[in-house]
Ligand binder design. Structure first.
Ligand code: GLN
Length: 191
């Protein structure tokens, strides 16, 4: 390992992300305060409730510190579901919701309808092949900026996207036993 991986541990399923990293032999650091960002090279932002994660990250100064490190190019970030919403520049219908705002997409929350609480679907991920997508009140990426590459789609809608060293998924790879998406992120983080 060439650097420390952090998992944002304010709210949501951060323990599952830590488990996924353990399967790859990595002991991740829990990030709960601004100071915890300093020595990490990659950050995973879990699924959960994006309004809560956003509010706490803003209150604790984490949002500002992460944005600075991303803009410097010294931090890779992977967000799943609520984490992906937090990363987006635009959250449709929620202009005031606190966010990191570095991923050049507009995201639509609960895009599969509130009735469709959760479902699983086989996806085809570019470069990785078939992957079981676990969707829970999932968002979709609606408007993609020029630098954003689509790595997987569901019903023609982007559900896994990459922009440089930023990765965002509408589904939850941390809720499967398959660590390939986490592995892919570590590679793009150069770890
Ligand atoms: N719908 C939730 C939100 O907007 C995200 C759900 C999830 O992370 N599974 O924050």
């Amino acid at each position: 390992m060439k650097g420390v991986v952090g998992v944002l541990a304010l709210q949501g399923d951060f323990r599952e992300h830590k488990e996924a990293l353990k399967r790859l032999g990595i002991e991740a650091k829990e990030v709960r305060k601004r100071e915890h960002i300093q020595d990490i090279k990659a950050l995973i932002v879990p699924g959960g409730e994006s309004t809560t994660i956003g509010k706490l990250a803003r209150d604790y100064g984490i949002e500002e510190e992460v944005r600075k490190r991303v803009e410097e190019g010294s931090l890779a970030v992977f967000g799943t579901c609520a984490g992906a919403i937090w990363m987006a520049k635009e959250i449709l219908g929620y202009p005031e919701q606190p966010r990191l705002g570095v991923l050049d997409v507009a995201v639509e929350r609960n895009a599969f309808g509130r009735q469709v609480e959760s479902f699983q679907e086989e996806l085809e991920i570019k470069g990785l092949g078939p992957f079981r997508g676990v969707f829970i009140r999932a968002p979709v990426f609606r408007r993609l900026g020029e630098g954003v590459e689509v790595l997987a789609e569901l019903n023609g809608l982007p559900v896994l996207v990459r922009q440089g060293r930023l990765l965002a998924s509408a589904f939850h790879p941390e809720l499967t036993e398959d660590p390939r998406v986490h592995h892919y992120f570590l590679e793009l983080a150069d770890l």
